[in-house]
Design a protein around this ligand. Sequence first.
Ligand code: VGL
Ligand code: ZN
Length: 210
Amino acid sequence: MRPTGTDVLLVVDVQRDFLLGGALAVPDGDAVVAPANRLGRLFSHVVLTQDWHPPGHASFATSHPGRQPFDSIDLSYGPQVLWPEHCVQGTPGADFAPGLDLPHAGLVIRKGCRPGIDSYSAFLEADRTTPTGLAGYLRERGVTRVVLCGLATDYCVGWSALDARRAGFSAAVVEDAVRGIDLGGSLARAWGEMVAAGVERMTTDAVRGA
Ligand code: VGL
Ligand code: ZN
């Protein structure tokens, strides 16, 4: 594809808690760091997202007595998977991966900051009405295509890609630069929904124009 000034690389949640030994380790999650760095060098616009929850966040199983991680419950805005406590604001687990090397990233979007609402998507919180401001930022910068990498394919990457399409952007997911959690078939479901929504499935080589 050969990235131009109208393309942004969106690097989703490449944070310690999603890597090996982290509180919510994504299988083989560490494998996204090197391709994210390689991709980053190809883009002039780079945006990072950072999952950033207050202690006691509604998405934590520990906030719901009697519930276990990976249970699903209904919150005011709909179904919510309950997770181990992860990416708590200001803790080491919320830091970016030590190997992530994207110093030219121009924006960090922190999400899931409100105690009662989760946000997988970089664009819209889980109540599906509260924008993060990312769409407006990208439009003001003249971006028309969002290229995504990071973690996790079936949650924050997938929801962000679908919302990028809903917001009117072209979108592509770099398949060798993402890894999934895969709860109850969520990974296949996410790819199906993304492809149906017109999200392109690319490789790092294809982005490089190789
Ligand atoms: C994520 C579950 C909970 C993600 C974030 O980054 O995909 N998944 N919080
Ligand atoms: Zn989270």
